[in-house]
Design a protein around this ligand. Structure first.
Ligand SMILES: [Zn+2]
Length: 244
């Protein structure tokens, strides 16, 4: 099983099945330090990211943007299985940090990911236009993943043609969504994620298994076929870090 996006392991959490590939994400610079004890491997990758709401909380004298960008680049140069994520655009927080500042920050993180030749996992809540602005002019030498995708089939296709891959979280089926109704029409590569934070009312492995079953139902395909499809794509994502 491949989980392309979840949050850091919690103390006391039941162990993650060993053969699963899991990409852990962080969403604030404080969390970056929490990962130091868990070395990243090809099957347990660790992402360094900051969500817009947490950019607004940075203290400019101790945590200025430039200092953070440097810290991030340094981490990527030291840890070959690290990636950049999650970061992005969230219009719910534009009162706290304007969309143009969010975009500036996200563009810079994308540049850092590109320079280090590492995948980028993007969080996006808002108009498809804002996401387009962020991805505009990107050279797609790295995997770019749009996590927790809830947009339309048309925007999934548009993202695919711009080189990005959408990732589906349980949010697709937890509440009735437009995307769930049309999921059978999804004809571009996609990934699955739990977006597990520990606040869920169930265990991690159970949630992932349910997620696969629900997505297979919505796609109208056998669970085994879904796993085969994702397995093929896992290979695409076995993006090897470049020695520096
Ligand atoms: Zn998340």
């Amino acid at each position: 099983m491949l989980d392309i996006h979840r949050h850091l392991p919690l103390t006391g959490e039941s162990p993650i099945p060993e053969d699963w590939i899991v990409w852990f994400a962080t969403s604030s610079s404080q969390e970056w330090d929490d990962c130091q004890t868990t070395p990243a491997t090809s099957a347990r990758r660790i992402g360094y990211g900051i969500l817009p709401v947490n950019i607004a909380r940075l203290n400019p004298s101790t945590d200025g943007w430039d200092m953070l960008f440097e810290r991030l680049s340094h981490k990527l140069s030291q840890e070959c299985w690290a990636y950049v994520g999650e970061f992005g655009i969230d219009e719910r927080y534009q009162d706290v940090i304007s969309l143009s500042r969010q975009l500036d920050f996200a563009r810079q993180l994308l540049r850092i990911a590109q320079a280090a030749h590492r995948p980028a996992v993007i969080h996006h809540v808002g108009s498809a236009g804002d996401l387009r602005k962020l991805l505009q002019g990107m050279e797609h030498s790295i995997p770019v993943i749009i996590h927790g995708f809830l947009g339309s089939i048309e925007s999934a296709r548009e993202l695919a043609s711009s080189g990005a891959v959408v990732s589906l979280a349980p949010s697709v089926w937890k509440l009735p969504t437009k995307l769930a109704k049309r999921l059978g029409e999804l004809d571009v590569p996609f990934l699955l994620e739990s977006d597990f934070t520990g606040k869920e009312d169930r265990d991690y492995a159970g949630l992932m298994r349910d997620h696969h079953r629900r997505i297979a139902e919505l796609l109208g395909c056998e669970k085994t076929l879904l796993e085969e499809k994702l397995h093929g794509f896992t290979k695409v994502l076995a993006h090897q870090p470049i020695a520096r």
